[in-house]
Design a protein around this ligand. Structure first.
Ligand SMILES: Nc1ncnc2c1ncn2[C@@H]1O[C@H](COP(=O)(O)OP(=O)(O)OP(=O)(O)O)[C@@H](O)[C@H]1O
Ligand SMILES: [Mg+2]
Length: 251
């Protein structure tokens, strides 16, 4: 029994298909992510990276196949779906903080409302999380009073407040001014070092090389390459990955 638990992937996708109308955006995707693994998802625009992430959080329903998180199939609705959303944190390009709530209130809202945590406990945990992402001194400010990098770190703290088993990141630094990218990547790197299971769509190749255990390369809805960062960056197998790397690395 215990062996079964340790062998079980944290995220399991098996033969997942997703269509938008006629457009086949995820094509028989099979992907197992072990607990604690950091997977960077690369690929050209439109290859299906965001759809893949959103499917794991069931923001996008799939047409066929199986997705499991920690051994349980994704629930389709109701209370179970709310529980899944709590277990799978997601951070997007846009920070999506509540504008009329303070940073600390943003972080404590879901634990109080969804988890029924007592307000003082949620505030204590919230402040610890803000400390962890380096913005405890911003707790009582409103989102608009923070820099983009600080807002994104608040969004990460908010996701962590639900004690997720998995964190999904979809281009978390793409909307940031260049000088703020590193502070967000540093928080993500620390989270990875703490053993969080992470699926990260990013164009930050430095992060992919240093923090990822594994890189998957998507093209036209398929996983075309799946290997270590070293394998992918030094010896991509497919013409599509070579072409992609040629374009991004000459920037
Ligand atoms: N809600 C939608 N309705 C219809 N088509 C969609 C929808 N969302 C995405 N698509 C299409 O599905 C394909 C995959 O989109 P997706 O956003 O997953 O790509 P991506 O790899 O994240 O691209 P990018 O790097 O530009 O963010 C694209 O062809 C896109 O136009
Ligand atoms: Mg995308």
């Amino acid at each position: 029994m215990s062996e079964e638990t340790t062998d079980r992937p944290m995220i399991r996708m098996a033969a997942v298909d997703k269509f938008f109308g006629q457009l086949h955006v995820l094509k028989k995707i099979s992907l197992d992510v072990p607990k604690g693994q950091v997977v960077v998802v690369l690929g050209p625009s439109g290859s299906g990276k965001s759809t893949l992430c959103r499917a794991v959080n069931r923001l996008e329903p799939i047409d066929s196949g199986v997705i499991e998180v920690d051994g349980r199939p994704l629930p389709s609705e109701g209370r179970d779906l709310a529980r899944l959303r709590a277990e799978v944190g997601m951070v997007f390009q846009s920070f999506n903080l509540f504008a009329h709530k303070t940073i600390l209130e943003n972080v404590t809202l879901a634990p109080v409302k969804v988890r029924g945590q007592a307000v003082p406990d949620a505030r204590k945990t919230g402040l610890e999380l803000l400390e962890r992402v380096g913005i405890a001194d911003q707790a009582d400010k409103y989102p608009a009073q923070l820099s983009g990098g600080q807002q994104q770190r608040a969004a990460i703290a908010r996701a962590l407040a639900m004690r997720p088993k998995v964190m999904l990141f979809d281009e978390p630094t793409s909307a940031l001014d260049p000088e703020m990218v590193q502070e967000v990547l540093d928080v993500m790197t620390a989270l990875a070092a703490d053993g969080m299971t992470m699926l990260v769509v990013t164009h930050e190749m430095g992060f992919a090389r240093k923090a990822a255990h594994r890189v998957i390369f998507m093209s036209d809805g398929e996983v075309v390459e799946d290997g270590t960062p070293a394998e992918f960056f030094t010896a991509p197998k497919s013409a599509r990955a070579k072409d992609f790397l040629g374009k991004i690395l000459t920037h």
